[in-house]
Write a protein that binds this ligand. Sequence first.
Ligand code: 5AD
Ligand code: SF4
Length: 469
Amino acid sequence: MGQSFDISLESLRARSVARPGAAADIVSAASRDGGATFFLETFGCQMNDHDSEKVAGVLLSRGYRQVETPDAASLILYNTCSIREKAAQKVFSRLGEYRTKQSEGQIIGVLGCLAQQEGQEIFKRAPWVSLVCGSASYRKLPELLEQLETGNHRVTGLDTDTDETFETEITRRDNPWRAYLTIIEGCDKACAYCVVPYTRGPERSRASESVLKEVRQVAGLGYSEVQLLGQTVNSYADPSSRQMPFADLLLAVADVPGIRRVRFTTSHPRDFTPDIVAAIEAEPKICNHVHLPVQSGSTRVLQGMQRTYTRDEYLDKVAMIRSAKRPTSITTDIIVGFPGETEADFEETLSLLDVVRFDGMFAFKYSPRPNTPALSMRDPIAEEEKSRRLAVMLEKQRHIQAARQETLVGETFELLVSGKSRRENQWSGHTSCHRVLNFTSQERELLGTYVQVHITSAGPNGLMGEHVT
Ligand code: 5AD
Ligand code: SF4
């Protein structure tokens, strides 16, 4: 769902970060000598994507060269996701494909949430793996790599008891138009279904000055759009003596010369305060899009989920955002089939969609996860019933979105152009409110520039427009 939105937070598409053309132009010693090489594939969310950019930076600075295929690599790394069972299974099946690699002299490492969740078990299930490291231990990666390089075959970084964040000197940025910056790691919420507090450890915020220094750095590299990341980005608590509130940080980032757009994701409804709305209203550089996962429209289910807000409290936050002078799009995540969710609870979520009319939605079937409180909850919902509810939910949202998009025909939006189609004169880009638009233009080169686009039609493949010159 949400096909006109580009926020596939948990899309389980696997991505390799071996792509040329990133901002940091690093020529490593190894690339000149044809020495150690790495292949890195990423599963899961934007936090993982960005962690991979930093891991790649660490490897490049140690003289490794990045390659496009696992076969060409001396070190094969998987940055994994375990948010739902399917994501975890996918990693194990990928590992199965590489069972012969260790005997061929290649080193295989598992990073990220599945590494943290399974720990030493990974060595049992896939004995050809040599490195298992969760995200809270990435600071130790240079040490762990050294151990691997000196012939150690079982290396782990599994500590989550840390107050450190993973800051690197070099980040090998993969997205040429948008720079990601983590401002808060881990999660202190305790949603009953969620494995993240276990796999990513406790909440740790980065000092505001360190964030601003990185923003100045990426602006210097030519980035004009930055996206601040955190599992609960708006729970940011500046640990430095400045104690800069999240809304002030947004404003300070927007103030950095060269920055034209500031995004942030994911927001937790409980910590979504009026000063954030005021900042969006006051500063057009702060993007008018809020990803605000509701998870369920039933207060009873929200309580079972330990989401710390009721249906009405969520609706109050939506009303606060909608009352701003600047129209702001709101997208969400929903889980269907949480243990004990009755038909009446489900109907309440459907009715919430009617009330809010989200601009985009990701919906998931509840997936029981290890080490979560919901695992032991009674009254599970049958898989077929979860599938039915998911299909009904997606269909409803499809109608809502189609109707919303119709109303945009005739409007003009500013786009950051990020794609060029193979078809002549066809381009794509995203608006501040995070809609993806396809448009026609006679210009020869538009990638990375800002253009005005007039929307001419809305169809099943999203919004179409024309470049206004
Ligand atoms: N089952 C299904 N969906 C989940 N999410 C998190 N944990 C689970 C789970 N156990 C969803 C939530 C969250 C999004 C990133 O993934 O909707 O917002
Ligand atoms: Fe998981 Fe809830 Fe934390 Fe989000 S806020 S990462 S859903 S525990």
